[in-house]
Design a protein around this ligand. Structure first.
Ligand code: CMC
Length: 318
């Protein structure tokens, strides 16, 4: 993921030494200021992790006041490093806060995804070693969510940044935009839909109801404003889902999803309208199997999207 983040921020893939420096710099900026803990503690126990995250990102502006010098290339570099490096820390702490668990400090021996898993799950063990298959799945999901055109949160980042606000404030606005169910929340809607269908044999009746609703009811996780073909990200995620389930056990909703996809792809209504599974169709199933609560889904999206937001912001500023 960090290699992709570099590609987005700088427009080209890094050379070996460039990647080494980039990974080193990100890895060595994963800690947040200790005062951030006090700030986090002020939230209610049941505060939504996305609300905590966006406040944390905005609060970073007060810790790094020089970031407002947006014409300074070094300041822009440091802001990008800090935001990418600290997102997993802020995200994991927002999750731990909702469980009433102590916050876990970053482990800089671990790679980006593994460190995030450690900050989420570590309890009394001296060193948390995540299953490499789950870390790999998370890394792939991070890559697939890193950027996607001029969408709502990207536009928010650019709109706020255009006033020459510092990148932390702009990024807090982008996180807020992603919070909305029409943007970051479609994978949750897929899970709800699959649960509502309940069993594989009820899929044909559900598809029939969708078709007869005249556009009122939609197949969530299907269709895309740009892709009028099988979303290439969905293909990768579907394969990844099988690998994750080898570790976590099979998510029972997967069979319903596969049946839904099979029926829809052979149905004239969907074929004619070029409606195919999109990125959200399988991602929620993976997150659920990895025991992430639904409230964490947009947070998991926000972590990697930070590099995309920064790339768009950087493009606008320069
Ligand atoms: N299920 C059933 N029918 C659909 C669906 C669907 N998911 N999506 C579009 N249609 C129908 C729609 O009713 C219309 O039919 P008709 O021509 O008879 O009026 C036709 O297909 C074209 O619809 P449209 O609104 O012009 O399609 P669009 O390309 O503007 O919409 C969309 C794209 C993503 C908003 C829509 O497909 C949708 O709401 N999908 C479900 C929600 C979803 O999965 N969102 C995640 C999108 S991917 C996120 C990402 O890339 O980051």
């Amino acid at each position: 993921y960090l290699e992709v983040a570099y590609l987005l921020v700088f427009g080209e893939l890094p050379t070996g030494p460039q990647l080494e420096r980039w990974v080193h710099d990100v890895t060595h900026h994963t800690f947040v200021h200790e005062d951030m803990k006090a700030f986090y503690r002020g939230f209610r126990h049941d505060a939504h992790p996305m609300g905590i995250l966006l406040a944390g990102v905005g609060a970073m502006s007060t810790f790094y006041p020089h970031a407002k010098e947006i014409g300074d290339e070094e300041e822009r570099y440091m802001a990008a490093i800090r935001l990418i490096a600290k997102m997993p820390t802020l995200a994991a702490w927002s999750y731990r806060h909702s469980l009433g668990l102590p916050y876990v400090y970053p482990d800089n021996d671990l790679d980006y995804a593994s460190n995030f898993l450690s900050m989420l799950r570590k309890m009394t063990e001296v060193k948390y070693e995540p299953d490499p298959r789950l870390a790999k799945a998370l890394d792939v999901l991070f890559i697939l969510h890193a950027d996607h055109e001029q969408n709502c949160s990207t536009s928010a980042m650019r709109a706020i940044g255009s006033s020459e606000a510092d990148p932390y404030c702009s990024a807090a606005g982008a996180v807020s935009a992603l919070y909305g169910p029409l943007h970051g929340g479609a994978n949750e809607a897929v899970l709800r839909m699959l649960a509502e269908i309940g069993t594989k044999d009820k899929v044909p009746a559900f598809v029939k109801a969708v078709k007869e609703s005249g556009g009122e009811t939609k197949l969530m996780g299907f269709g895309h404003r740009v892709y009028k073909n099988y979303d290439p990200r969905a293909k990768v995620i579907k394969e990844m889902a099988e690998k994750v389930f080898e570790v976590t056990g099979r998510n029972p909703l997967l069979d319903i999803a596969i049946e839904l996809e099979r029926i829809a792809l052979s149905d004239d209504y969907f074929v004619k309208r070029k409606l195919y599974p999109n990125v959200d169709f399988y991602s929620g199933l993976i997150y659920q199997a990895m025991k992430f609560p639904v409230d964490m889904f947009p947070v998991l999206f926000a972590i990697p999207r930070m590099s995309g937001w920064l790339a768009q912001w950087q493009e606008m500023i320069t």
